[in-house]
Ligand binder design. Sequence first.
Ligand SMILES: [Zn+2]
Ligand SMILES: [Zn+2]
Length: 264
Amino acid sequence: MMKLTIVGCSGSLSGPDSAASSYLLQAPYQGRIFSLLLDCGPGAMGALYRYIDPREVDAIALTHLHADHCLDLCGYYVAARYSPNAPWPRRPVYAPANAASRIALAYDVPTTDAGISEDPFIAEYLDWRTWQPSQRIGPFTVQTIPVEHPVEAYAIRVQEDVSGGTMVYSGDTGPSEALLRLATGVDLLLVESAFLDDADNPHGMHLTGRQAAAIGQAAGVGTIVLTHIPPWYEPDRVLAEATPHFDGPVALAKPGAVWDIGGV
Ligand SMILES: [Zn+2]
Ligand SMILES: [Zn+2]
């Protein structure tokens, strides 16, 4: 069984009641609990201390490099280097290409012409890996697929090997056939729903609750969890727009909410 904990779910920026995007996936592995952090948006590092000593995070995965999904890696670095139990073990960070230089710039450390940080934190504290279509991360098989967003962005499918439990996290995306294929038959779809139906929404950016639910319905998923709702929208309105379009349970992501995926 794997356990999904919502660390932060506010869309596009942090919100009054939540950090920006960040989700903790945990499962038994080699006699202990393996922890994979999906995205690390503003406020996520502080919120993470509620659920785990962040030093124990085994791996980090970034869907894309928009600020609301990655900037608290700067906070991770500060804790990994300067907190009382520092230095932390060097952990893999799965991300789009150029993530290392992106975070170095965010922290305002020097970069070379090649875009590689001269500051030791990039290499010593974070082990950058470029996303592959499929990779093994601890107890998980993790697949990615490009989705519809203005920058290189991925949806992530995670399968826990012992139970066979499956979940897909959409990252940020507009309507996407690729997301539908990736999510086919999964137990839980954690899906962004940043837009309202009646707004003048740009294309290739985000989903409405209705669109998110329709993808889950077509993909035959077990449960839908709506997330990435920005602070200027009322989550219950997004939920109301989504619910009629999916036959199974539809929930709103909330900080601290937990789902057990895959039984056993
Ligand atoms: Zn976002
Ligand atoms: Zn984005």
